[in-house]
Write a protein that binds this ligand. Structure first.
Ligand code: GAP
Length: 548
């Protein structure tokens, strides 16, 4: 049995994120907008650092002259920045127009909307009345919620709760297939006082629609905000080949906004309606694609570890065949044990998919479907392509082997917001440290990797006199040229350390009486709490080295 969700820990993380200016609810002064989030002064720096690490480690800093451990060969990397709105045909050929949907049900009584697959429940009987009580609460909180809902439905007093007879396990309202779904007329929706208030499940496309141009009106003007950045890369495959000197195998990286009209955005920024993705489409020879898939899975896993995520809270999970997206012939998820999940549950951080030649072929030939394990053109009732492709040749000619082929694609697709959330949750610690007088003091600290930390250092004059502020300001200006840092002269040194610990600043430099005598400063490490005396002249260089 899994342990209950530690909601109070998550609440404290959310509260710190708001209090210290990491993440705010979008449009808060108007009551907020569900599924949309703004990044505050510290948050924007953290998110930019994360994206910069990804871009540097995967794209800009990639060394195409060497073969990385586990890679079948050396490879090249390059980048793109594509538009959010693209030709509407893109989404027809990619499959998103027909397939990118969730099933939803509405409650006629409470007017609430639920994802059909998020409702689950149990059969409950009281005095011959038997109904299926549902909840949208997950984890171990589900059972207590069901009991409370049954008590409300049967209009019982607390001492009568034991008279309810429960049968069967907690099961999904939707069942595992349409054959074993629970009849909706027997189901009591969360927050409903009667049974049978849920509508039949309806498909809901997750793409946000918009119109192009002032005279927009008919269906042909319908355009969509991209639900993934990947498609822009496939559309530009030929442009990149024709304008740069890359040869297969190579990858194209892109970071940018994506939009999904999620039915139930939840868990802080985890499931948002506007979010950023960091995606690579890696083009390789079909025969090598399995090896490249494994390489990218391992490389992306290691990236999270290198930046400090706790290995014990991460898991790499291969998808079962039934779970695979319409384009995928193999996918692994890198998942993190977020604190809002019950013990033993994980949330997706990144998917690494083997997309085969689905995308390039779909944009050439038209939308493809899988039949008997093969991708074939999907046709309408007249035998014509259901969604026409571009007709452009997106194959690749290898001038060394003199072969022409459509490359296969491996796609490591990460969410920047989910990664920020995972790093925030992982870095959040509460401990006890001695104050200036040696007494234990409770502290909240974000143990962020120095590369991710919004501020790298804080420069603190011990007192606002005896020339210390001037020396500190000089040092601040010197360090600021190399990395983001802060000058803070307000309050006791203990309070200033505490402020920086909460912001995740790895180093504090204090200018004190001894500095004025021997030009050394105290360098305090956030995690080990070590304090060392360092010559003031060497400070900037030392921090630069430690940041690498
Ligand atoms: N191109 C493939 C693709 O988009 P995905 O698994 O749907 O695959 C990739 O999305 C990543 O984008 C996810 O692993 C997650 O980190 C992030 N992501 C997806 N939907 C999200 C949402 N509603 N809110 C925040 N991040 C999301």
């Amino acid at each position: 049995m899994s342990k209950p969700v530690d909601q109070s820990r998550m609440d404290r993380i959310v509260s710190l994120a708001k209090r210290r200016g990491f993440i705010f609810q979008s449009s808060e002064i108007y009551g907020g907008l569900n599924g949309f989030w703004d990044y505050g002064p510290l948050g924007v720096a953290l998110k930019r650092n994360l994206k910069e690490c990804w871009w540097q480690d995967m794209v800009a800093g990639h060394d195409e002259l060497m073969t990385l451990a586990g890679a079948p060969s050396s490879y090249e990397m390059t980048g793109l920045d594509c538009t959010i709105i693209m030709h509407p045909q893109v989404w027809k050929c990619s499959g998103h127009f027909d397939l990118f949907h969730d099933w939803m049900v509405d409650c006629r009584e409470s007017k609430r909307r639920f994802r059909y697959d998020h409702l689950h429940g149990r059969w409950a009987m009281y005095r011959n009345a038997k109904v299926f009580i549902t909840t949208d609460v997950s984890g171990d909180d589900a059972e207590p919620d069901l009991i409370a809902k049954a008590q409300k439905f049967f209009k019982l007093r607390a001492k009568q709760i034991g008279d309810i007879e429960w049968s069967g396990e907690l099961v999904a309202l939707a069942g595992t297939s349409p054959d074993d779904s629970i009849p909706l007329c027997e189901a009591v929706a969360p927050d409903a006082s009667e049974k049978g208030t849920l509508t039949e499940p309806r498909e809901f496309n997750l793409m946000f629609e918009t119109r192009i141009g002032a005279l927009a009106g008919d269906d042909d003007d319908r355009a969509f905000l991209r639900p993934e950045t990947a498609q822009g890369i496939f559309l530009n495959f030929k442009n990149v080949l024709d304008t740069s000197r890359v040869r297969v195998p190579f990858g194209i990286g892109q970071i940018g906004k994506s939009f999904r009209n999620e039915i139930t955005p939840r868990n802080f920024t985890f499931r948002s309606r506007e979010f950023e993705q960091m995606e690579i489409e890696f083009f390789c020879r079909p025969d090598d694609s399995r090896k490249w898939y494994q390489f990218w899975r391992d490389r992306r896993w290691q990236w999270y570890l290198n930046l400090g995520l706790t290995e014990g809270r991460l898991q790499l999970r291969e998808h079962h065949e039934a779970e695979l997206a319409h384009y995928s012939c193999g996918t692994a998820d890198i998942e993190y044990a977020f604190p809002f999940l019950a013990d033993g549950e994980y949330g997706e951080l990144e998917g690494i998919a083997h997309r085969g030649d689905f995308d390039l072929r779909s944009h050439m030939e038209g939308k493809l479907v899988r039949e008997d394990g093969k991708l074939v053109l999907e046709t309408d009732s007249n035998g014509k392509p259901k969604h026409r492709g571009s007709g452009r040749d997106l194959s690749y000619f290898d001038d060394v082997t003199r072969e022409r082929f459509v490359p296969h694609v491996i796609e490591p697709s990460a969410g920047a917001d989910r990664a920020v959330l995972a790093f925030l949750c992982d870095a959040y610690h509460e401990d006890n440290v001695p104050d200036e007088k040696g007494n234990p003091r409770e502290r909240t600290v974000l143990k962020l990797h120095p590369r991710l930390a919004p501020l790298k250092a804080a420069i603190l004059p011990l007192v606002k006199k005896d020339g210390m502020p001037e020396v500190a300001a000089d040092l601040y200006k010197k360090i600021k040229k190399r990395m983001p840092c802060m000058y803070d002269a307000k309050g006791s040194v203990g309070r200033r350390y505490a402020r920086q610990d909460e912001a995740g600043t790895p180093w504090c430099i204090t200018i004190d009486g001894q500095t004025m005598k021997d030009q050394t400063v105290t360098l305090r490490d956030r995690d080990s709490l070590n304090q060392e005396r360092v010559p003031i002249e060497e400070c900037a260089e030392l921090l630069t080295e430690r940041l690498l």
